[in-house]
Design a protein around this ligand. Sequence first.
Ligand code: FAD
Length: 453
Amino acid sequence: MTGAYDYDLFTIGAGSGGVAGTRRAASYGARTAIAEEWRFGGTCVLRGCVPKKLLIYGTHFAHEMADARGYGWEVDGNLDWSKLVAAKNRETDRLEGIYRNLLSGAGVEAIAGRARIIGPNAVEIGGRRITSKYILIAAGGRPERPDIPGIEYSITSNEALDLQELPRRIVIVGGGFIAVEFAGIFRAAGASVTIVIRGEKILRGFDEDIRDHLTAELLKQGISINPGVSVTRIDRSAGRKRATLSDGREMDADTIMFATGRVPNTRDLGLESVGVHLDKSGGIAVDEWQKTTVAGIYAIGDVTNRINLTPVAIAEGRALAETLFNSNPTSMDHTDVPSAVFSQPPVGTVGLSELEAIRLYGVEGVDVYKATFRPMKHTISGRDERTMMKLIVESATGRVRGVHMVGADAPEIIQGVAIAVKAGLTKKAFDRTVAIHPTAAEEFVLMRDKLKR
Ligand code: FAD
């Protein structure tokens, strides 16, 4: 199949999308290679989903112990932060090994080093010129920090995952999912946590009830949330850092973390030289077949800056392999992608927010069902935590267009409900479904009263 080329597919970046797509291509007999400049596994496995979730599991025991006391357990305990970080690192090291084995087992040639495109069918890596019929850019993204004085004294999520000591006081700048997840980790571990956000509320883009409900829960835990301000400078003295805010306030902390956004890794990839265009958001512009503006060059995952989630990058990579190497043209469907925020308590969401639905169907065209309640577990645990669940229904068709939840197990519950939303099921189908009692999830099939607006 290669003809005059060294490979059929050369992939830049061995993260979630690159590895999945290249392995699938190899399974169809394509001659494949994958270049990685850092560690095999990419952001999700080594600097994202996996290590952060392990820290969430590790710190959430603080909540469990407090809850257990309400049930009569005489438990108490202290967290050895460095042991938690070491255990997390052992697991991510193990996973990196698994990724390497998966690639070699699939017959993908793994090449360490930074790759750069030097022609429509050519890349350069470590001084070597390699040709390939197709090139796949799966270079992911990286954290971005504002250019303010003293920014070098701050950290990003990359370093936050590897702090050797637990900060006593941390300021987290940003209100996106990464910011609130790390706020939960550090707060549960015992740190004093302050969030600083430029906008009015955390979790821009999520349903307003999710934003308000989670804000209330974080405040109850003693997390301070400061809206409408930004950090304008950072000073350091005697190991402590001081953040100066746009309203003149000063905040002292051991650690200042910026979670103000991520940008696609398009720098120095040689894109301009071959004519690969970026879109307005700075991601590589692709069509629904992951094709860039240059024939033979494709891009998937975070580097395209569309829906920056691991399962999306994986699905895009596999779809491309199906199209190119299995005569099975497959485009990725980006609608109704469920997602979670592993805050404490967590968020699960799929489909339209109430505002998005109103924009599409008008105020009269949308029915909203909502429940907030104290979960049964906390009647005895004594924890002051409430769960919020919400259904967004298109009145004309009865179709459930959005499902949102803040509360224990929300990501697990929403994954199941997402199948119903994707299948286009109606509120009537939800109503016909028998509840599992006693659960929190049963509320999704028991909501009867439309919210009066
Ligand atoms: P990546 O996984 O970023 O892989 C890109 C790879 O390309 C990297 O390994 C990089 O080193 C390499 N590379 C870049 N340029 C070159 C080059 N020129 N040559 C060679 N190699 C190169 N997603 C979820 O679905 N759930 C979550 O809970 C979740 N949590 C997250 C938490 C954090 C803190 C972060 C930062 C992200 C999280 N994400 C989560 C997002 C998820 O990690 C990404 O969407 C996913 O990793 C994207 O995969 P990718 O293949 O596009 O890129």
